[in-house]
Design a protein around this ligand. Structure first.
Ligand SMILES: [Fe+2]
Length: 128
């Protein structure tokens, strides 16, 4: 296991918490495939699934923030945009052979966990 989900990562919304856990599972799945030395084709498929899932999740999270009138919605939305740009940028680096598989995994771990801890957890206090 590459990333361990901790209960303290929960923001208190069932859908969002489930999606965060799914993102962690996808990252662990990617780690396992990389450890098994799977082909680039397989790794690309899992990576794209993770990115697509993250994009859908960001939309759902923004929907939740809108629903609860979250005061930092704009800032958070921009942060999501930045995250999407950043992950595609890293993917391109990886595709060009300018980043290793381990660098990709470490990037994705920081990318995901830092956002959940630094940004998503702020939503928690605005949920009943
Ligand atoms: Fe978020």
């Amino acid at each position: 296991m590459f990333v361990l989900w901790k209960p303290c990562y929960c923001i208190g919304d069932e859908l969002i918490d489930r999606q965060h856990q799914r993102l962690v599972s996808l990252l662990n799945y990617l780690y396992d495939r990389i450890m098994e030395a799977c082909s680039k084709k397989v790794i690309d498929l899992v990576l794209m699934e993770l990115i697509r899932y993250a994009e859908t999740h960001f939309q759902d999270e923004e929907e939740l923030m809108r629903r609860i009138n979250y005061p930092e919605l704009d800032k958070h939305q921009k942060e999501h945009e930045r995250l999407v740009t950043e992950v595609f940028h890293f993917k391109e680096k990886f595709d060009r052979g300018l980043a290793t598989k381990m660098e990709l995994l470490h990037f994705l771990r920081e990318w995901l966990v830092n956002h959940v801890i630094n940004e998503d957890l702020k939503i928690k206090c605005f949920l009943k």
